[in-house]
Design a protein around this ligand. Structure first.
Ligand SMILES: [Zn+2]
Ligand SMILES: [Zn+2]
Length: 149
């Protein structure tokens, strides 16, 4: 096998390349199977066809996918009981809990002569608090870990 960074032949049991010192498999300049030069974005070696794996700089980038802090905060403050801000941010489980408990509160309000509304109110307060936490920056990222804008 070959070093993906410098193309030097390396022992398959080696952990790092003895020539350039990078860990085995890091680097994207050469095929680890045949040692041919590869394009940095290539996912397969054009010479031997072996899979080169995903480019190692494909860490989640924020470009385009960032959610608005202001929008999420305002949604939380006004519609927090319905979990809209959490649906928006991708915290779906939490959003569903808030939505279900709010609706449950409305349904229970009829047989309990209004006491059920307390549950809905509690959800609204939860959403309100989360909305404020989003606006002040205590909640910094969405459900996928992408920072808010
Ligand atoms: Zn090397
Ligand atoms: Zn190859």
């Amino acid at each position: 096998m070959y070093c993906r960074n410098c193309g030097a032949a390396m022992d398959p049991s080696a952990v790092v390349c003895i020539k350039c010192g990078v860990p085995k498999g890091s680097g994207r300049n050469y095929c680890m199977n045949c040692g041919a030069q590869t394009a940095p974005e290539a996912v397969v070696c054009v010479k031997c066809g072996v899979s080169l794996g995903a480019p190692n700089n494909s860490a989640p980038t924020a470009a385009g996918g960032q959610k608005s802090k202001i929008a999420a905060g305002i949604l939380g403050i006004f519609l927090g009981g319905l979990g809209i801000h959490n649906f928006y941010l991708g915290y779906t489980t939490k959003a569903v809990i808030q939505l279900c408990l709010t609706i449950l509160g409305w349904i229970l309000a009829i047989p309990t002569l209004g006491i059920g509304f307390l549950l809905s109110s509690a959800m609204s307060i939860w959403g309100l608090v989360e909305g404020i936490l989003i606006l002040v920056g205590n909640i910094k990222q969405d459900g996928k870990g992408i920072p808010l804008q």
